[in-house]
Each structure stands twice: as C-alpha cells, then as structure tokens.
Write a protein of this length. Structure first.
Length: 696
C-alpha cells in the first residue's frame, strides 16, 4: 500500500500511536575491539511518534533515516510487520521528512537496522501488547491466552473467534510509551525476519520510474539555477560581467552575491546557456600540489597523532622477534561517484522554508539552514526523497543552502542541480593515506610486536581511526593515526578509513606469511583467538576451497579478514593477470552481522560493497594538479562496469540471537588486500599502492 491517503494526516490522529525518545548517538564501541569510532551526540529531549496504527488496521512506521539504495525501507517494514503480526503490504515506512519523523543524526555507519530497526521492533511489540490488552477485555480472556496473527487477535484455544485490529481500535484513541523491555519475538517465532521476501517494497516504483528524486521535484513556478563555480580549488573571481547572460532568452534573473554567482532560467537549458554567456575572470591559487606530491605531503604535514591501540612495550616485542619487516602502503584519493548527482529544491512561504535535498542528514541540514537564515528550526522542513547513492558523501549538502538563498532572492522556488563534473569536483573524496607498519614475529610466525602509523588527509582524524587497530593477538602494539593536509575536500566514504587501514594491515599480514614461510590462512589463525574472527575466516577459506595463493598459469588467490560497524567479515578471491589486465573471477565472502533481518537486502549490500571495492582496488584514483581536477567525468574516471563483476557468493554465519549489526560497509574492508594478495599469487609482485592496474 502507498499510504498516500494518510500523507497529510498527523500520526496523533490515529487510534493507536507509540511514542518515545528520539534515537541518539552510537554504541560505545563501533569496531568490536579497540577504541570507539563515533562519540555520542548530545541527548535529544523531544518526543516522537514511532508507530501509528490506523482505523483500517494498517500501520505506519516513522524513522529519521533515508533511503539511498540500501533497502532499509524494506528491512524496517519487515521488522514492524513481524512484531505486529500484520502483512508486509500493510506497513508503510515514512523516512527522511523532518516534519514527520523522529530526529536522527544521519544515515551512515550502517546503523539503520542496528539502532532504528531495534527501536521500531520495540515500538511494534509495544503496540501488539496494547492491542492484546484491548482484545483481552473484549473477549474476557487473559492476554496470555491470546495470540496476534495476520492483523487479528484470536484465542489460542479457538482461532475462529478472532477480532481484527480495525474492530478493536474503532473509536479508540490510545497513546503508549515504548516499553524498554517489550515481549519481542525470538528467532524461533519469526515469520518474516530472516526469511527471503518476494521483492523490496519499493521495487516497482524504482523500475517503472515512479520513484521521486530531488531533481524530479518541480514546484509550480520553479526556476532552474546554473551556478558559476570556480574552475579550480581556491580560485577567486577578479572580474564579473553578467550583462550578456541577463539578455539571454529564458533567463529570468542573474544573481551576484560575491560567493554565489548564478543564472536563473525558466528551464535547465536557458540557465545553462545564460551561464555560458557570462564572463568571469578567475585568479588561480598558485603552488597547489598534484597527486604526485601526496605521499610526502601526508607524512610531512601529519599532526595530532591519536593512539587507537596501545599495549605492552614495543622495544621488548621487537627484541623477542626473530624477524622484523617494515612496509609502507599508499592509497590515493578516490571519488564516491554516486549515480545520482546532487540536487536541491527550495520554496519559501513567508518565513517558512521547505527544501527537498538528497541528503543523508535531513535534520543536520535543517539546523544549518535555520542558522544560515536566522530562523527557528521549526520554520524549516527538509525532505529527503529517494537518493541514488550516498556512500557518506551526501552528508554535507551545500546545494540546500544555495537553493534557499536563490529562492529568497528570486521570490520563486529554485532548483540547483550538479552536473556530473560538479558532483565529482565539489563532493568529498575518500581521504588519501599513507600507512607505515613495522612488525616483529618469532620462528613460528607468532607476532610479537606491531607498530602502525597512519596518515589520513583531511581535518577529521576520526575518519582515519576506524579500523586502524589490529584484531590479532599481539602483546606489544601501538597504532597511531595522524591528521594530514588535504588539497582536495576530504570526508566520509563508505567505511570511512577502515578500507584503507584494512588494506595496509592485511597486506602486511600476507608479507609476514611470506617471510615466515606460512600459508596466509594459517598465519592468521596462529595469531587469532577471537571466535567470531576465526569463524568468518575459516568459513570463507572452506567455501572458497582455499589451497594457497599460487594457482599457476597466471592465476592467484588471496584472502583477508576485517571488522567494521561491529560486523566480522572475511573474503577470498581468485584473479588472473595477463599483462596489465587483472580479472577478478570469483569472490567468496562470509559475514557475521548478528541477526540478519532481510537476507536479500543484506546480500545486495555485500555484493554492492564488494563491487565498489573492486573500483578502488583496480582502477579508481582522482588525478589533480594546480587545484584542477583532471578526471571529473566517467569518460576519464574508471568505475567498475558490468564486465568487471565477478561471481560473488556470500554466506551469513552469525548467530540470530546476537543483535543486528551493519551489512552495508563490511564487505568493502578486506577486499583490496584479498585482491592484491591474489595478484601476488599470480605474479609474485607485491602491490603496496593502489590502484593495482596503475602499477603493473
């Protein structure tokens, strides 16, 4: 069902609503070992409706998360439907509308199922308990003698006496607080969770073109903006002449506010042609580095060393070692490259502002808009429609403020949309990084000392901390992360710094195995006591048919393990190398993410992250010089194509009694090391710099 008949209705008008505090922060530990990656935000005191049950017995769930391809709408609907014992088609999930949903800090960190899903399960279970209490009075039976099934409550002893939720709720007006310990169902009682579904709930909208993205939002009277952006980072205008642009057909207005120069047209084409007629002289910032300067720049500018992991005495650990090796690993900037470039539409109605933006942080953008215009947050509504990929890069969303500024000047709705080149240049890149690792190990391959120094570009050292510690049993260890200068805008990317740090660590483990004369799987197992790590590694190796890295005739195998967002993962790959051509033929992955609510969704997430990881491993690198991005379009920026996609098999090995953790990011983190290990098996050449195909 679409729920469109209730779009304008307030959940407070429903017969039954379940309310509770908004979700805040993250768990204390995000990795399962070592330090936390995220700190908690300030607690929120507002109350919100999480579940509304309507007069016809249908259900609406409200969540502040957004849908950008990860299929959380289906997963959250499954959890609510299972706990309330209604059909999946009877549940509507409302996401990402700041006027309708509970506050949320943003959709990142693979927290939708782990945190919000659990909150909705508790809310749905609370609603079920309230409905059972109504039925207990109506049927004059204790609630323990009743059961909920298919939108009805019926006596266990006589199912024919069932009463529908709609009948029970008729004429009622009930509000319940989410119970902290409601009687949620256990795995043996699930009817939907953990089971394959026929399709995602929004599948038809997506394949028929009915799904609405920010670029599709076209209010009456909308103007299309073409913003004149600098040709290079740090460039400043020295002369601006918009007179020719103003005279172009279809141009409604030109705007020059210093830091915002735009042409507003009655169509996209008119705005673009007007922008081409504008004359701007730009002064470029001199002396900006190129991609070739990055390795040295990262180390020379590194500051604020943060100890992610520290134990024992390194000097003692290296004295106990029979062998010591040191290696340096370099990873360049790469672009998030979502299929949907950013767009934002803004409408002012008096002093009330509504913005449609494909952001991962609707409430964060609401706060920024309110601050920018000096109005209360209650006067700002941010709606996140469908989003065509985010990967962390759509957390910041400057287009929302640009659209709102231009709409205020023009007195009409305004749409601002990036071209592909603008999306790439003005997005956040995954930080470039250098990781230096020195390790010591004894004659049996047991690691006695581990020293790691990671330099990640950008202002936020937090990004580089994720995955920078080691899960191996090392008595003497010190892992430091430094913040380094960044000539490109650096920011969040799928798994933050975890994929980069895992590449360095797991490649180094392969080097230890080679030096110690041990199989890479055996080397890891000798240094690994954590049962969940061992389980994913042993499962991946067994399912792959692991026999070692050298397969002969230009083929090789690689294996690596990792952890991200509380989930444990291992990946084995088979590749062939012929000249400069590297082909990944198959990937075998095992994932322990606790309870898998939606197996198809989790599988899709793993497959997507593996394919995305192939891009950064084999092809992707952002090239720049003198502040100019040299490969902003897909013609020059190589992303994985369908012909690059290998056979991918995934096995979920978690315990259904463990809480759900993330599935959207873990598949990425061991992939690069597994591929480079396989390339070594095929060629005998160790790759410590990505992407591989640049260095064959």
């Amino acid at each position: 069902m679409t729920g469109s008949e209730r779009v304008s209705a307030s959940p407070s008008t429903s017969p039954l609503r379940i309310v509770g505090d908004v979700t805040v922060g993250f768990p204390a530990s995000r990795t399962g070992y070592g330090q936390a990656t995220y700190g908690n935000t300030q607690p929120q005191t507002e109350r919100a409706t999480w579940i509304a049950v309507w007069p016809d017995g249908s259900v609406t769930a409200y969540a502040g998360k957004v849908e950008y391809g990860q299929n959380i709408r289906t997963g959250l609907a499954i959890e609510v439907a299972d706990e309330l014992r209604v059909g999946l088609d009877d549940v509507e999930v409302v996401l990402g509308d700041t006027d309708r949903v509970p506050w949320d800090m943003g959709t990142f960190g693979s927290q939708s199922t782990a945190r919000v899903g659990w909150q909705l399960r508790k809310a749905a279970a609370t609603a079920r308990e309230a409905i059972l209490a109504l039925a207990s009075d109506r049927l004059d039976l204790p609630a323990s003698d009743l059961e909920a099934s298919a939108g009805q409550v019926r006596p266990k002893a006589d199912p024919s006496r069932g009463i529908s939720y709609a009948d029970l709720l008729a004429g009622q007006s009930i509000e319940r607080e989410i119970s902290e310990r409601p009687a949620v169902f256990g795995p043996s009682e699930f009817t939907l969770m953990g089971r394959a579904q026929r399709q995602r709930v929004d599948a038809l909208d997506r394949v028929t073109g009915r799904a609405v993205y920010s670029q599709d939002v076209l209010p009456a009277g909308v103007l299309y903006a073409s913003i004149l952006r600098p040709p290079a980072y740090g460039a400043r205008p020295t002369r601006i002449d918009l007179s020719a642009a103003e005279r172009m057909p279809g141009v409604a207005r030109v705007v020059d506010e210093g830091d915002l120069i735009a042409v507003l047209g009655e169509s996209d084409e008119a705005a673009a042609l007007g922008a081409r007629a504008a004359v701007i002289d730009w002064q470029l910032r001199e002396g900006q580095p190129s991609r070739f300067d990055m390795p040295a720049l990262l180390v020379e500018s590194g500051v604020d060393g943060y100890a992610v992991q520290e134990a024992g005495d390194l000097d003692e650990g290296f004295r106990a070692a029979s062998s010591v090796i040191e290696s340096t690993y370099y990873i360049p900037y790469i672009a998030p490259a979502p299929m949907e470039p950013r767009a934002a539409v803004a409408v002012w109605e008096g002093d009330r502002l509504t913005v449609w933006a494909g952001t991962q942080r609707p409430f964060g953008i609401r706060q920024e808009l309110a601050a920018a215009f000096g109005i209360e947050e209650s006067r700002v509504r941010v709606i996140a429609p469908e989003i065509g990929g985010g990967f962390g890069a759509k957390s910041p969303y400057g287009l929302a403020i640009e659209a709102a500024r231009l709409a205020k000047v023009a007195g009409r709705p305004v749409r601002v949309a990036f071209t592909r080149g603008e999306e790439t240049m003005w997005s956040n890149f995954r930080p470039a990084a250098i990781v230096r690792i020195k390790s010591g190990f004894d004659a049996h391959g047991r690691i006695t000392a581990w020293q790691s120094d990671a330099y990640h570009s950008g202002e936020r050292v937090m990004i580089g901390r994720r995955g920078a510690d080691t899960p191996y049993d090392v008595p003497h260890v010190r892992s430091l992360v430094y913040r380094s200068d960044s000539p490109l805008p650096s920011g969040s990317y799928r798994s933050l710094g975890a994929a980069v740090n895992h590449f360095a660590r797991e490649t180094h483990m392969d080097e230890i195995a080679e030096a110690a004369g041990l199989d890479p799987v055996e080397l890891r197992l000798r240094n690994l006591s954590h049962p969940r790590f061992r389980r994913v590694l042993e499962t991946a190796a067994s399912d792959f048919g692991w026999s070692g890295p050298r397969l002969g005739e230009g083929r090789g195998a690689g294996i690596a393990l990792g952890i991200d967002v509380g989930s444990y993962v291992a990946t084995a790959v088979e590749v062939s190398v012929a000249g400069r051509d590297v082909r990944v033929h198959r990937v075998q992955a095992s994932l322990d993410c606790g309870l898998v609510v939606n197996p198809e969704g989790a599988l899709n997430q793993m497959e997507g992250s593996i394919v995305m990881g192939l891009g950064g491993t084999l092809f992707e690198a952002s090239d720049f010089e003198d502040g100019r991005l040299l490969n902003a379009g897909f013609a020059r920026y190589r992303v994985p194509r369908i012909v690059d996609t290998p056979r991918i098999d995934v096995r979920f090995v978690g315990d259904d009694t463990d809480p759900s953790t993330g599935a959207g990011e873990p598949g990425l983190v061991p992939l690069s090391a597994a591929v480079t290990g396989a390339v070594w098996g095929a060629t005998g050449v160790r790759h410590r710099e990505l992407p591989v195909t640049r260095h064959l």
